[in-house]
Ligand binder design. Structure first.
Ligand SMILES: [Zn+2]
Length: 246
């Protein structure tokens, strides 16, 4: 299922340019229809919501991938605000999260995010879409290759493929396995939000794969684990310092 919506352009610093676009790792029909999530049993909703908020807070304060992305977005003029840019909501199916370009909000699926490390991965993945949204004029809805590129980058840089890497590292060439994982996940992410054939999604991913797989901004490298991410964050801060001294 694919959702189309009149949606608003990039974050705070980018102004109010309007464009037809939709990006997400999922579509939010009830969100688009009602402007807010459905609220069933208030007590259980509140518990899930509270858990989601607490995990989000910990992710924002401690996860090196996320800290780097937040710094990078601030540096690009798109400072992220926890209250304004994140929303814990119930979602359909088994979706974990999405980036809603109409509101520049990251939706976290409080009914599906299982634990802290899952939250870390989801926030990182969606922040990569938000970073792409901030730094470039991205035609999420009209140009499939733009969406494909951001999904390749999100899968490559968020750690989505890292756990699998750890397991297969002993058996297969790390690089090749990682690339296969990134390609497959990008295709699945596109198919989750676009009513197109697998072949069309594969073609879009293959067209952009090389350049987008090799675009490691703002990490400067593929952060295969938290240690890499910490180094990348340190390098980014030093890069910032260097530019500040020019
Ligand atoms: Zn995505």
């Amino acid at each position: 299922m694919a959702g189309a919506a009149e949606e608003r352009g990039p974050g705070p610093a980018e102004g109010e340019q309007r464009q037809e676009q939709h990006v997400a790792c999922q579509v939010f029909p009830e969100r688009l229809a009602e402007g807010k999530p459905g609220q069933g049993f208030l007590s259980s909703f509140f518990t899930n919501n509270q858990k989601c908020q607490l995990m989000l807070l910990k992710t924002l304060e401690t996860n090196p991938y996320v800290k780097l992305l937040l710094d990078a977005m601030k540096h690009s003029g798109c400072a992220v605000n926890k209250e304004r840019h994140f929303s814990c909501e119930d979602c359909n199916g088994n979706v974990s999260g999405g980036f809603d370009a109409s509101t520049s909000q990251i939706v976290l699926c409080q009914n599906n995010i299982r634990n802290q490390s899952h939250m870390n991965r989801v926030v990182t993945h969606e922040l990569i879409h938000a970073f792409d949204h901030c730094r470039a004029h991205v035609n999420w809805f009209t140009d499939l290759r733009h969406l494909a590129c951001s999904e390749v980058r999100a899968a490559n840089l968020s750690g989505d493929c890292s756990l699998v890497n750890e397991i297969f590292r002993l058996h297969f060439g790390l690089k090749q396995h990682h690339q296969t994982c990134v390609r497959d996940r990008a295709i699945l992410s596109i198919l989750a939000v676009r009513n197109i054939s697998k072949e069309v999604a594969q073609k879009a991913v293959d067209e952009v794969f090389e350049s987008c797989f090799n675009d490691h901004e703002p990490f400067g490298r593929i952060p295969h684990n938290k240690t890499y991410a910490r180094y990348a964050h340190r390098d980014f801060q030093n890069r910032d310092r260097y530019y500040a001294n020019i």
